[in-house]
Design a protein around this ligand. Structure first.
Ligand code: UDP
Length: 575
């Protein structure tokens, strides 16, 4: 594997206990007995070497493997989980996101299930649009019977995913999308109320501009049979919207996707239209497209109270080369995916630790200045990634589907560059706030064995509290019990503002943050949760969706505190 890269200039990597546990359980390669045979350093070398080698070994191989290694080892940037797990192994499938078409035929439907199974096996997540399927009870010519409809087929997709479970490393995740004008939309909206069903799916309604216009005018809109194009009947937009709002209020599903906003940003309309996203919603992809993701850890780019733009630019350049290389060393699960992915060469460069950055800068997340700062950084990342992508295009060629008559930007290597992913696991490895989300809690009590209580304090908060002299065990317990830093007189008001958590930030401020980031250099989309307090009303949910739409978001997920049977994270206690 070549000589060892010098690591003298790299600070000894401090992995948190959580990070080490996650890595040992799911990321480090294991021997036959299941014991981990890697460390963080050797994992980073495996990934860096495999990705630097992409295609034919480049002349600057040694430099690339060093740059990649340093960037990952220091956690300035982390690629998505499949890349960390599979690079340099026989599996070699490195992407997190896939969208597979579901054509309106038995052959098409069951091929999609098979293709999805092959993707899940390698750690990828799949998005499907069921909008092409003829509606329940529509006629089937060959058998002279009636069709089962999208939902009964979705149940088969769900069962297949349940069976695979991605080899224990990662659960198979699916997104199921149905257009608001599909005749079966009302069944789809309520489908996940039965908590036994579709547990391997997120369901989202693809909302059109026509629908939003009908809603604004309190008018009707048409349901269209996909097989024939016939209008089946008309519904009052308000009634359907209220159904969606009711159920989203109740337990967060279905989510909404704004499909026309997404298609306005489709860089290659000549190849097809967007119908679905990946499971967490940050990637709109064409049928059979896949995308590999990676995220810049913004927590690492504040120096002396300011953003270190020079180092950020260098890191974005290296990350762009890295993600573009991933496409060339990727082993694609099926030929159709390989073909489509190589036509557009999309990458999803995102961020994590955005809240860490704002905290270090002393700027509240929910403020106008917080949004302005976040937007500037995101635009900077986009522009630096684009500059690098254009440079790669000069050397290796633009993405093959690039067509100057359709694409209103100069030739570059990748049809899409940026998206903001949840970074659910990689942010745990990097010990920072996930994606563009605010921290969920500042002080948390964890129950450990023998009834002991372990107190977990946000690292920045502890540092500030100690430095400013307001740290006390008692206060930390009070913050944990109340679930917020707000309203404790011991904490100076400035810090109460800066350490507001997801629940303390108003829903409108969450949505405004998503909206401004979407407009500030995010090519694809953003995975973000709009947290609503437990007391939020249906009218609040409705208001959120309309605000998100008006601000140009390409989708929205709301979550009302406590509204699911088993909430994954709870501010007060986590066991
Ligand atoms: N994903 C998946 N299964 C999972 C988690 C994620 O298939 O258990 C896919 C999904 O497409 C999601 C994407 O990976 O949108 C990125 O998720 P995240 O950023 O949380 O992944 P990480 O790299 O942190 O594991």
């Amino acid at each position: 594997q070549g000589e060892k890269v010098m690591t003298a200039d790299i600070p000894a990597q401090m992995l948190t206990e959580t990070a080490e546990t996650v890595l040992r359980r799911r990321y480090y390669l294991k021997d036959q007995e299941g014991n981990p045979i890697e460390t963080w350093e050797t994992l980073c070398r495996r990934v860096a070497d495999a990705v630097a080698e992409a295609g034919e070994r480049p002349a600057n191989f040694e430099e690339l493997r060093r740059l990649f290694f340093e960037m990952i080892y220091r956690m300035d940037f982390l690629p998505n989980s499949p890349c960390l797990m599979n690079a340099g192994t026989d599996l070699g499938q490195l992407s997190a996101c896939f969208v597979l078409p579901v054509p309106d035929s038995m052959d098409g439907i069951f091929s999609a299930i098979r293709n999805g199974a092959l993707v899940h096996k390698t750690g990828g997540g799949t998005g499907y649009s069921f909008s092409r399927l003829r509606s329940k009870n529509a006629s089937v010519r060959s058998t002279q019977g009636v069709a089962s409809g999208p939902l009964s087929f979705a149940a088969v997709f769900d069962a297949a995913t349940e069976t695979i479970k991605q080899g224990g490393k990662r659960r198979g995740a699916n997104m199921g999308v149905l257009r608001i004008d599909h005749p079966d939309i009302l069944d789809f909206i309520v489908a996940k109320q039965d908590q036994e069903k579709f547990n391997n799916f997120n369901f989202s309604v693809a909302i059109t501009d026509a629908f939003m216009t009908a809603l604004a005018e309190d008018g009707e809109y048409d349901l269209i049979e996909p097989a024939t194009g016939d209008t089946i009947r008309s519904l009052k937009a308000r009634d359907v919207f209220e159904q969606i709002v009711d159920l989203a209020w109740l337990n967060g599903e279905p989510g909404v996707l704004f499909i026309d906003a997404a298609n306005q940003g489709n860089p290659t309309p000549q190849l097809g239209l967007f119908e679905a996203t990946n499971p967490c919603g940050e990637q709109w992809l064409l049928p059979y497209e896949s995308c590999n993701l990676g995220s810049i850890n913004l927590a690492r780019f504040v120096a002396d109270g300011a953003i270190d733009y020079r180092r950020l630019e260098e890191t974005v350049h290296t990350a762009t080369v890295f993600l573009d290389n991933v496409i060339d060393c990727n082993r694609f699960p099926i030929p159709e995916i390989e073909e489509m992915t190589l036509k557009t060469r999309k990458i999803g460069l995102g961020i994590m630790g955005m809240h860490d950055m704002l905290i270090q800068l002393g700027i509240p997340y929910g403020s106008e200045f917080g949004r302005k700062t976040a937007a500037e950084v995101m635009q900077f990342i986009h522009d630096a990634a684009e500059a690098e992508s254009m440079r790669i295009a000069e050397k290796k060629g633009a993405f093959p589907a690039y067509d100057a008559s359709v694409n209103d930007y100069p030739a570059r290597r990748n049809a899409a560059l940026t998206s903001i992913q949840p970074t659910g696991t990689v942010s745990m490895i990097a010990d920072c706030a996930s994606g563009c989300e605010p921290y969920f809690s500042i002080v948390m009590i964890k129950h450990v064995m023998d009834g002991d209580r372990l107190i977990l304090i946000n690292k920045y908060f502890e540092q500030v509290a100690r430095a400013e002299g307001f740290y006390s065990e008692e206060l930390m317990h009070k913050v944990a019990d109340s679930g917020t830093v707000i309203g404790h007189s011991e904490i100076p008001e400035k810090w109460q503002e800066i350490f507001r958590t997801a629940q303390d930030i108003s829903p409108d401020d969450h949505i405004k943050m998503q909206g401004i980031l979407q407009k500030s250099g995010v090519d694809s989309s953003i995975s973000k949760t709009i947290n609503l307090p437990g007391t939020a009303t249906r009218a609040d949910v409705k208001h959120s969706y309309i605000l998100g739409y008006n601000l140009g978001c390409k989708g929205l997920t709301v979550y009302r505190d406590g509204s699911r049977d088993s909430q994954v994270l709870n501010t007060k206690e986590r066991s």
